[in-house]
Design a protein around this ligand. Structure first.
Ligand code: 8IG
Length: 271
């Protein structure tokens, strides 16, 4: 623990304390919607609105220092129309080995901070060749291949419609060309082998990544409505015969920032 709190307290109490400290440090009593930014999403999120406060996650109970020096997690309080958005500029990944409670602490903190909705974004590999790098895809459902749950005990949370059909429809009102797919979370940190990507496809998956599903489960447990959006930054291993052209990926990313920024700025005020 970085904050001196005892390790035997519940993750829910810890999230409550983090939310209290967040309100104190940001000067914003309650937030309405949370966004968790994955790889490639920061430029899009910068278009959302005015940043009212930015704090380091390490100033809040329960968040540990980031594994990579200089990349400490930061949280922004952003005004989006009449709404207060809580934007997590980075996340704790399962592959960091800090445990599942650490992975979902931000989600639980957002819930305690008053959020009713959470937008989980990520960068991932795509299994459909038509999804060129830079294509945003709505998450319709998931396969959690970590074999873990963020929930402990006999709490049989229903995950039907985990990724809100209502919110997906709202996104399609803004951008009718948005496709959707099933996100498969692998434990990582290594990428998949081509055989594992084929397996993901046989199991019904369309997107492969290393985040999101544990957070979505914790969000549903906390009563949040979940919107999941993946940014396909590369074709998954073995899908394309052509090696990825890095320039193309970068260019696609720049073009995608506009599209995703416009999507977020139109969707978030309506959440
Ligand atoms: I960016 O192809 C990104 N993250 N597991 N596979 C997995 N995670 C990813 C990938 C990918 N691309």
């Amino acid at each position: 623990m970085t904050d001196g709190t005892s390790t035997d307290q519940s993750p829910y109490d810890l999230a409550e304390q983090a939310a209290e400290k967040l309100a104190e440090l940001s000067g914003v009593e309650r937030h309405d919607v949370a966004l968790v930014l994955g790889s490639g999403w920061l430029p899009a999120a910068e278009m959302l609105g005015e940043t009212v406060a930015e704090i380091a996650t390490t100033d809040l109970p329960g968040f540990s220092a980031a594994a990579v020096a200089g990349h400490s997690g930061r949280i922004r309080s952003v005004r989006v129309g009449d709404l207060r958005a809580l934007v997590f500029l980075s996340r704790t990944h399962y592959y960091e080995g800090k445990g599942v409670a650490a992975v979902v602490h931000g989600v639980r903190t957002a819930a305690r901070a008053g959020c009713r909705t959470i937008v989980l974004t990520n960068g991932c590999g795509g299994l459909k060749e038509s999804w060129t790098p830079g294509t945003p895809v709505l998450i319709s459902d998931h396969l959690n291949l970590t074999g873990r749950s963020p929930i402990e005990g006999a709490n049989f949370v229903d995950l039907t419609d985990l990724y809100s059909a209502r919110l997906r429809a709202l996104c399609r009102e803004v951008d009718p060309s948005l496709d959707e797919g099933v996100y498969v979370q692998f434990p990582g940190p290594h990428y998949e082998t081509p055989a594992e990507v084929r397996m993901a496809g046989i199991l019904g998956g369309h997107l492969v990544g290393m985040s999101t599903t544990l957070e979505a489960i914790a969000a549903r447990e906390a009563g949040l409505e979940v919107l999941g959006i993946s940014l396909v930054t590369n074709l998954a291993a073995g899908i394309s015969s052509e090696p990825l052209n890095h320039e193309e990926v970068l260019e696609a990313g720049r073009a995608a920032a506009e599209r995703m920024g416009s999507l977020l700025s139109q969707v978030v005020p309506r959440l």
